[in-house]
Design a protein around this ligand. Sequence first.
Ligand code: TYD
Length: 140
Amino acid sequence: MKECDSSIYNCNVMDLSKIHNPSGNITIVQSDSELPFRVKRVYYLYDVPGGSERGGHAHRTLQQLIVAASGSFDVILDDGFMKKTVHLNRPNYGLMVVPGIWREIINFSSGAICLVLASDLYNPSDYIRNYQEFIELKNG
Ligand code: TYD
């Protein structure tokens, strides 16, 4: 799907596998079975000061799975026509974000860790950081 055609309906919360254990749970995410992409990069946001907002961009080709590995936050997804807010607060839920979606991440709880599994290496030219440019892309 081209980035201009994607919609917030293509961004769903996935229920990741969880193995219960009295001494602590474990969640496994495997590229081929659980995810629609191969993971090439993992990064995580942490020590986010209260009131901070992250994101504020879209990607041209990058696919991502966003997980609240600890604590909670809200992800605002915007496809240029509709918006939805997804509250993430469990380490076994992952929000799939497809290309061509503007995202903002807000309301970080104290100690929150935002874990991101990404389909490609860091590439600044894959970012759309100007909202007007994003809207023009989505309007064809
Ligand atoms: P950015 O993606 O804008 O962060 P967020 O969406 O969480 O607000 O990245 C913040 C800074 O970190 C920016 O200067 C680019 C740098 N960065 C890398 O060098 N490599 C990476 O893989 C990522 C995700 C960011």
